[in-house]
Design a protein around this ligand. Structure first.
Ligand code: PBG
Length: 325
């Protein structure tokens, strides 16, 4: 046989494959979500996220030092609020002495170079478990945006480098950007959860923070998974309103959306490899049905290949260890 082109030439050894790989994961790609709890010495494994923990601040500080040592450059903070602090206004969210605000300070003190991002949404503070304020069974947009603005300002004041609104209210990016400007927080970044879908894959996360909605679902604010163009519209509007990074979430069932958004915007795109995606791999690996390490690298590489410049993932630490071999 005489063939003019033999594509397998580029695949024949690990060396040539490494030389021509189009997508390469590095520790700089990852944002590590951290679940923070009150107390001391608390290290609680999340039942539906085996191998992932909710920690009190002391353990969290140890963890971020280790992450930094591994070459990871960014964390995304979530706190579990006490039940007695939850109400319909979510006001604990902007308490200057709240767990989030104390965590930001402690983490920035421990590792000043680390890029600290914070989740901005009311659900961990809402007695209804919704991302916004509830009136007559509805999640009301504009009063919620006012609350999110106060929350963002309090995170910036505590030293957060980035705020990451995950609530999907209309107009919140513009309102937060304007408030940051007016209050002279001119170095604070906004990573907007722009295309965040109403997904069943958030379940384990809601276990971690005890933040499941008390009634109904989140479909009047999070996106319908049937839609593609709407994701582009959301991302473009968020950029217009002042987002520095736009996010697509979840990641794996939405690789097409990541690519679509990547092609449409001129800011970095992040993707959130969420709790349910983590749980799927963990469960199958536990059953002996897939090779966990290989599944992690293939999954994260595919998310980056789809167009994600950054990936928020519970696998970050495992991935970095595998990459560094
Ligand atoms: C809440 C929020 C959620 C996640 C991040 N921020 C859950 C939700 O919208 O119900 C999910 C993250 C994950 O599943 O890993 N604003």
């Amino acid at each position: 046989m005489y063939l003019q082109r033999r594509n397998r030439i580029l695949r024949q050894s690990p060396a040539i494959r490494a030389m021509v790989a189009e997508t390469v994961l590095t520790p700089n790609d990852f944002i590590v979500p951290l679940f923070i709890d009150e107390g001391e010495g608390v290290e609680q494994e999340i039942a539906s996220m085996p191998g992932y923990f909710r920690r009190s601040l002391d353990g969290t500080v140890r963890e971020v030092k280790e992450l930094w040592g591994l070459g990871i450059r960014s964390v995304l903070l979530f706190v579990k609020s006490k039940d007695e602090l939850k109400d319909n206004t979510g006001k604990e969210a902007w308490n200057p002495d709240g767990l989030m605000q104390r965590s930001i300070k402690a983490i920035k003190d421990a590792v000043p170079g680390l890029v600290v991002m914070t989740d901005v949404a009311l659900d961990p503070y809402s007695s209804y478990g919704h991302d916004g304020i509830v009136e007559n069974g509805e999640i009301v947009n504009d009063p919620t945006v006012e609350a999110l603005v106060m929350m963002s300002l309090s995170h910036a004041a505590a030293g957060a480098d980035w705020v990451a609104p995950s609530d999907m209210m209309d107009g919140r990016i513009g309102a937060i950007r304007q408030a940051l400007e007016e209050n002279n927080f001119t170095r604070t970044g906004i990573m907007a959860y722009s295309a965040k879908y109403a997904s069943c894959f958030y379940g384990p996360f809601r276990d971690a923070l005890d933040s499941a909605p008390g009634f109904g679902d989140k479909k009047t604010y999070q996106m319908d998974y049937a839609n593609r163009l709407e994701a582009v519209k959301e991302a473009l509007m968020d950029v217009e309103e002042g987002a520095d990074i736009v996010m697509v979430k979840p990641a794996l069932p939405y690789l097409d959306i990541i690519r679509e958004v990547k092609n449409a915007v001129q800011v970095p795109v992040s993707a959130y490899n969420i709790s349910g995606e983590y749980a799927l791999i963990k469960a199958a690996a536990k059953m002996g049905w897939i090779d966990e390490d290989k599944a992690i690298l293939e999954t994260l590489t595919s998310i980056k290949r789809a167009g994600a410049d950054l990936i928020a993932t519970y696998f970050a630490k495992d991935a970095v260890k595998l990459i560094n071999g």
